[in-house]
Ligand binder design. Structure first.
Ligand SMILES: Cc1cc2nc3c(=O)[nH]c(=O)nc-3n(C[C@H](O)[C@H](O)[C@H](O)COP(=O)(O)O)c2cc1C
Length: 244
């Protein structure tokens, strides 16, 4: 018997027969933006800083997964704002669609961004939720969570050292509304585009970035109060200032 991965790949294939025979289920469309009713605070982000004049080809050439970070200083808030813009910033508006720096299947943007902040100038350590439509952060939980997050990342020490860890979840219904089970493929692809933008922006800014797929899903879901089904963690990335 084939495993679930192989069955998923087979059963979510498009073919002319499948596409023509498909009856679109009419689910209610999920909200395109998540907002918390009572965050501890809403913190506007500074303008992204594009003044460094990054060279895309150099960033591609030198990008690496970097897992050791300097412990000397905090990450400037405008650098964090630039990374958030690079990953999920709204870069154009058209009708009901607000297009972003990273592509998304059907422009449905199922991926949400949370931050575990350990050492960022002007931000208290804690957990935050990014709102791309307002370009701000909702402060969710006070206190440095890097120890818990490290444990939830299979004890990968880079999380403990990172100035900030990006945590990406997906609100699955935003995509299943249109793509049904095939949506999971697109959710993971979307997350990959987002992470690559973080890698390239991080490289251009002289930071260290490392993607993290090895994680205990439910521990991180619990940390963020996600139910793990309608919204679930899919990917993370540690970010820090490079060691000199
Ligand atoms: C989906 C994905 C998951 C990854 N998960 C981890 C991880 O949990 N821990 C880690 O140290 N590196 C992780 N990486 C980084 C890879 O190990 C790294 O990209 C690979 O070794 C190639 O090296 P480079 O990124 O420096 O080119 C991940 C990369 C991807 C794309």
């Amino acid at each position: 018997m084939s495993g679930i991965g192989e069955r998923y790949q087979q059963e979510t294939k498009y073919s002319p027969d499948v596409l023509h025979g498909r009856k679109r289920q009419r689910h209610r469309r999920a909200e395109p933006f998540k907002e918390y009713e009572e965050p501890l605070a809403v913190i506007p982000l500074p303008e992204p800083d594009f003044s460094g004049g990054a060279d895309l080809w150099q960033a591609m050439k030198h990008r690496r997964s970097r897992r050791a970070y300097s412990q000397e200083t905090a990450l400037p808030a405008d650098v964090l704002a630039t990374l958030l813009w690079a990953t999920q910033g709204i870069s154009a508006g058209k009708g009901e669609f607000l297009f972003r720096t990273s592509p998304s299947a059907g422009a449905l943007y199922p991926v949400e961004t949370y931050l575990s902040v350990r050492a960022v100038e002007t931000l208290q350590p804690g957990l935050y939720h990014f709102r791309p439509q307002h370009f701000d952060l909702e402060f969710l939980k006070k206190g440095d969570r890097s120890r818990e997050l490290t444990a939830a990342a299979l004890a990968q020490n880079m999380v403990q050292q990172a100035h900030v860890t990006f945590i990406w979840s997906a609100i699955v219904a935003r995509s299943t509304w249109k793509y049904e089970d095939r949506a999971y493929r697109y959710i993971y692809l979307d997350a990959g585009h987002i992470a690559q933008n973080l890698y390239l922006a991080g490289e251009a800014l002289g930071l260290g970035v490392c993607a993290i797929g090895a994680l205990f899903d439910d521990e991180i879901n619990r940390l963020l109060d996600l139910d793990g089904t309608e919204e679930t963690i899919i990917y993370m990335a540690a970010v820090g200032l490079r060691e000199r």
